[in-house]
Design a protein around this ligand. Structure first.
Ligand SMILES: [Zn+2]
Length: 210
């Protein structure tokens, strides 16, 4: 009888030990899988593009579209078009013209429309020495203050959230052209350089949505 009880106790202990082992192995497998997913390089070909992004790639000309490949994306750079009242289509078409030697991956328009001008695997010609590891966004604005319209502002937040999620970046990884190496503190995007609190607020809105 006593022997039988000991046997049952032993079996209970064994069951508990097995359960602990299963729990530990499960945790290791979950952490391992998570690590593998996060360590996997970002592949832009796997991105799912939302319907609000209109892809209108510009032609390869060696200047606006150099065809050079980007390296690992470290930042998203926000610009303003410095051309009050111009539309996203105007700016995209200018990038595509023979006069242009500049470009950005995206242009956000006054009504919140979003045009993608370049594949995300290629460098834009927008952010000085940081073209190689950044994604650029030009934002249209209604007047010379450079402040974004509400639809443009909201669409830029939405676009930044989508980019951060896909490139596994944080809101703090969104920078102004002004902050770029080699930009010599260019006044771009003007309003958000002159109003640093508004810039912090912008990043705060992105952060809330991540
Ligand atoms: Zn700029």
């Amino acid at each position: 009888m006593a022997k039988g009880k000991r046997k049952r106790r032993k079996t209970k202990k064994q069951r508990e030990a097995r359960a602990r082992l299963v729990a530990i192995i499960s945790i290791i497998v979950i952490i391992g899988c998570g690590w593998l997913i996060l360590a996997r390089p970002v592949n832009v070909d796997e991105f799912e593009y939302p319907e609000w992004i209109s892809q209108q790639f510009i032609k390869k000309d060696g200047h606006s579209r150099t065809g050079l490949k980007t390296k690992k994306i470290r930042n998203i750079v926000v610009h303003y078009t410095s051309n009050p009242g111009s539309t996203a289509q105007n700016n995209r078409d200018y990038f595509n013209s023979s006069q242009s030697v500049v470009s950005s991956h995206f242009v956000v328009g006054l009504e919140g429309e979003v045009i993608q001008c370049l594949p995300l695997s290629e460098q834009s010609s927008a952010s000085n020495r940081r073209n190689v590891d950044t994604i650029s966004i030009e934002v249209c604005h209604p007047d010379s203050t450079g402040e974004f319209s509400i639809p443009s502002y909201n669409a830029t937040v939405k676009l930044c959230v989508w980019l951060c999620q896909n490139f596994r970046l944080d809101a703090e990884d969104i920078i102004r052209h002004y902050d770029c190496e080699g930009a010599d503190h260019k006044l771009c995007p003007k309003y958000y350089v002159e109003h640093p609190k508004s810039w912090e607020k912008f990043k705060g809105y992105v952060d809330e949505r991540l």
